[in-house]
Structure formats: C-alpha cells, structure tokens
Design a protein around this ligand. Structure first.
Ligand code: MG
Length: 396
C-alpha cells in the first residue's frame, strides 16, 4: 500500500481543529486531527505532502521520525511542525487500523480496560456566587460525569492576559482588576483568596463523590503558587494544573515540594524528550500531554510508559473533536497508568453532529471502546464543513 495524497481541512471548535486526510492506492482513507497548530500547521502539511506520496503508510513511527529529523532545524523539537506531524500520524493510525480491520488500541498492544473515564471542563465563572456555581456543576453532573475541572487563573482574565477563552469572565461584577501589570505573575491577596474560595465552593457543590481538578493555565510565579498550594491543602483536589509557566522544571519542582495537592503539567510540552527532565526531577505528580499536538499516539504512549516508571498517572489534555478524543482514548486504553481523559466541549452542541455515527462517544462520563477498525469514528464532512475555519481550504 502507498500513500497517494495528504490533504487538510479546518473547522472552528476549541480554536482551530485541523483535519488531515491521508488517501492510499488501496482506497483506504484515514482521518487525523490536530489542535493548536494554526495556519502554520496547514502550510507545513502542504509542504510535506510530496515527501509522503508513494510511502508506506504502515511504517508510522519511522515515517514521522524521518520527517522530524529532516526538519530538526525548522522546529523539529516543539511547536507547529510537531503538531502538523501529529495530524499526519493520527491519520496513519486510522489507515493502518482500517487496513488490518482492528481498532487502534489493538495495534498499541491491546487494552487494559473497556472504558475510559472522562472529566468535563466546567464553565465556572470567577464572578459566580455559590448558587450559580452549584447550578453549573449540577448541570454537568446530571450528564453523568463524576469528575470536573475548573479554571482558577482569574487574575489572567482580569488583566486581559487571556482573551477569547470560553471561560473568560462574563460577569462584570468581577471585572475589577486583580493584577495591575499583565506581565506580572504575582497573585495579590484578593486574587489569592478568591481562588481558594472558588475551590471551596466548587468542591462543596460537587460533593465528595466527584473528583475536582483546577487549572491555573501557567498563571503564577513561585511564591504565589506556593502560597496557593498550601491554602488548597485541605481540599481533596484531583490535581492543580500548570501553576507556573511551563519552561522551568526546577521551579515547578520547588512548588511541588511545598504541595500536598497533586501537581499536573504537560499540555505545553512536545514529544517524549520534553518529559524526561520532568520525570527525572520528580517535578510533577500527574502528566497531561495533549496527544493532538505533542507528537501523536506513539509519543503519547511513550510518555505514558515513561510516567509509569515513576508511578506517575497519565491524564491527557484534550480539547479535540470526537475523532481526536477517540484517538486519545486508544492510547489511554493501552497503558496501565491511565487516570482520566479531558472533555472540553460542554456547551458546543455540534460535538456529535460532525461524526457519521451521530452518537455521543461519551456515556455517563465514560467512553466505551468499540471494536470498529481504525480510530472508529468518522468525520461527516458535509456537517463539519458548516463549521469551516475562515480562510482555510477544504481537503484540496
Ligand atoms: Mg490546562
């Protein structure tokens, strides 16, 4: 079998969802997805197509590593090049599974479990009072979820550091500025107390049977993070995510040393290589690589295997569609140290409409694995195209 074309399309979802369609001379077509690669990833894939045509789609790891090494001076360690390769890599897994008539998890060594635990990103607004928070949390729990995550980086929103995020402050009562300087990572008393208060309200609203994680989106400096993890100690959080900017592993280790709250990082790290220092320095309690940008399913599995050596759980970041979510679920099935997988499409009604199956892949907070070949979920191009990303082409 040989690859005959590699084409992209993009839709609006959680930012841009970039689709990669790999066709073969056997008539088998694979669909991959990647996120956070932007228009750069589209251009990169367009340029890589000529190198992929005529190649064996089964030699997934070798093909991706060859392209990565060829472009080692063009960003072959992190960023859009890796994300572009990720979209191609996932499409190749879909091709191979379909060609062999087996689900991707069978190609990854088989499954440890039949269903994948999923948590729901919960749109808790920093300005909400307890009754409002309770309503939001209970609406999510009514869908069957038993784990949720909230955003705690309220200072970043009030300083205008983050814009266009679904959970940006919508309640104007909380527009008052926590941070005077948008480049300063220090949380002053008012912001610090509000973060603790939010965790208190959300965990009370959720109850003890629900796992609650909180995300700081790289918001704090070291002293602010240490103060926060100490005051969050009484709460049984599933984890506190990215308290610091992602570049300095030693600084993260310093925060972790002061924390009884598990520290979870990884969505801004690329490839297995970036995780080595994290594990060797014991700087994280839980890792959450984004398999739709960090290198794909092979690298995701390698990161999980590295984590296993240190008894670190694997809880992938995931903002992708049902296709990327299911692709990630195959890796989650194939490793022993899987904890939980993210779902970030609450309040986006077209989640199920863009797949041919027209059934939600998540039921009662779990993804049930199937024996459908490849990724097992197919793109409904006609519906997906209704959400086409402006300024992009559609598989041509
Ligand atoms: Mg995060």
């Amino acid at each position: 079998m040989k690859i005959t074309s590699v084409k992209t399309a993009a839709t609006i979802g959680h930012g841009m969802h970039l689709w990669v369609k790999v066709t073969t001379d056997a008539g088998i077509v694979g669909i991959g997805e990647c996120v956070h690669g932007g228009h750069q990833a589209i251009a990169i894939i367009r340029n890589l197509e000529t190198k992929l045509i005529g190649r064996d789609p089964f030699a997934i790891d070798a093909l991706i590593e060859e392209l990565r090494r060829e472009h080692v001076f063009d960003g072959g360690s992190a960023g859009a090049l890796i994300t572009a390769l990720t979209g191609i890599e996932i499409a190749l897994w879909d091709v191979k599974g379909k060609a062999l008539g087996v689900p991707v998890y069978e190609l990854l060594g088989g499954k440890f479990r039949d269903r994948i635990w999923v948590y729901c990103d919960c749109q808790v607004d920093p300005g909400m009072d307890f009754d409002e928070i309770e309503r939001v949390v209970h609406a999510v729990l009514a869908k069957g979820f038993t784990a949720i995550k909230i955003d705690l980086d309220i200072g970043a929103y009030s300083a205008g550091r983050i814009s266009g995020n679904a959970s940006a402050i919508t309640d104007r009562r909380f527009e008052q500025t926590f941070v005077k300087d948008k480049f300063n990572y220090t949380a002053m008393q008012r912001e610090h107390e509000r973060m603790v208060q939010l965790v208190d309200m959300v965990t009370r609203a959720a109850g003890k049977d629900v796992a609650v994680a909180a995300d700081l989106h790289t918001r704090l400096d070291v002293p602010s993070a240490i103060r926060l993890v100490r005051d969050l100690a009484p709460y049984h959080l599933l984890w506190l995510e990215e308290p610091l900017p992602p570049e300095n592993i030693d600084a993260l280790r310093e925060v972790k040393a002061h924390s009884t709250v598990p520290i979870c990082v990884g969505e801004n790290l690329y490839l297995r290589f970036a995780f080595r220092e994290l594990f060797e320095k014991r700087a994280a309690d839980i890792v959450m690589p984004d398999l739709l940008k960090c290198g794909g399913l092979s690298d995701g599995r390698k990161i999980a295997n590295l984590a296993e050596l240190y008894y670190v759980p694997f809880a992938p970041h995931n903002v992708s569609s049902p296709i990327g979510t299911m692709a990630t679920a195959h890796v989650c099935a194939s490793i022993p140290n899987f904890l939980i997988l993210e779902w970030h499409w609450n309040e986006r009604p077209y989640w199920t409409t863009i797949i041919k199956q027209k059934q939600d892949i998540i039921k009662n907070g779990y993804i049930e694995l199937t024996d459908r070949p490849g990724i097992g979920v197919d793109l409904d191009e006609e519906v997906a195209r209704q959400h086409q990303y402006p300024g992009t082409t559609w598989f041509d």
